[in-house]
Design a protein around this ligand. Sequence first.
Ligand code: PMP
Length: 443
Amino acid sequence: IVELDRAHLIHPVASWRSHEKAGVRLLQSGKGAWVTDALGRQLVDGFSGLWCVNAGYGHESIVEAATRQMRELPYATGYFGLGSEPAARLAAELAERTPGDLNHVYFTLGGSDAVDSAVRFIRYYFGAKGEPQRDQFISLEQGYHGSTTVGAGLTALPVFHNGFGLPFPWQHKIASHYPYRNRATSDAEIIAASVAALKAKVAEIGPDRVAAFFAEPIQGSGGVIVPPHGWMKAMRETCRDLGILFVADEVITGFGRTGPLLASSEDDIVPDLVTVAKGLTSGYAPMGAVFLTEHVYQTIADGAGASLVGHGFTYSAHPVSAAVGLEVLRLYEEGGLLENGRAMGVRLLDGLNGLRDHPLVGDVRGRGMLAAVEMVTDKEAKTPLPAVAEPGRRIFDRAWDNGLIIRAFAHGVLGFAPPLCCTEADIDAIVERTRMVLDLTLA
Ligand code: PMP
């Protein structure tokens, strides 16, 4: 199977050269927070796949919900105005739980196309308002918003720009809050600096040209960068003052990852739009979504509804994914997943904080079941681990060899996003094995 994979399967964001894919490993099965590889080795998945299998592996009730729906009705297309029960129900259940009046839901296949869809909707919105010149977008350095061209342009990681001249000229960046590496030291100063940077960027582009600001409540793929409390609220309010829309990209932070169903509600804000994916279906079926506030939705619907005909996917609001989403939502609440995730998140962060004495550990940060350990070679100077000597792949391999799956980001950051179903023993295994990885990296 490994030979077939190397010869024919192209992996995402990885080397395309088959000889460099010598390290392909096959996963065979999973239960709870644990996966078994094709050789029968058990590993604890400290990253929920790719921050998505929030409910853990092997959940029979999700499998049943999917197969029931496949048998009954696998497909219906909104293109012809056709609907399905699970899609309508899921939209309604989500609308009920999202903060404020984020009452309207557009289902996509994942996060990148949710971000692309949000950009389109924002353009429709300003078109409908008679302000079509508001076509410029701002996002953060270290931000990640997807791998399609529009999402990749909002993304600040250069590897996603290669070959396409991205970002597009209408996509702008401001500095990240990044507390560990910010020159400002107090939370208030960091927040004030971000607010000032956004205002300055809007002034520079032109006050009537900017449409929206995109931000992750916690920056994920940039290295799990946690802003100070109050940062989201300040940015949201600044957007309102500037007359631009605020989009929370909750593709990672949504669905219990940081504690509540959406991180926005923890920050006590109502974004104009929210993008989600991953935990929405817990990785059992592909699905993302855009939530729109009543005002944004009504403006588009009243002003330029007809142009929406130009946007949609064959698999928008897929009934099987929606049935999975409904069951996963039930597990978050009635199944106690959110509650368990909150308790285990405290244990995870306590455990990782216990690694601060390690010579390589410069910073430990996180919220809920989303955390990072930033490795440095000099704690005082905060010197990043040299990426050439210690590429993320080698650190990933070291963890794998010790029965642990975590993400190793290029600049020496270890990322953690365990399934919300973890037991105390699972969390302890993740922390203990991480110490082994640190020791081996030091050696
Ligand atoms: N936005 C954010 C914040 C993400 O983390 C991701 C994926 N890691 C995406 C968008 C893109 O989602 P997908 O990979 O499902 O297209």
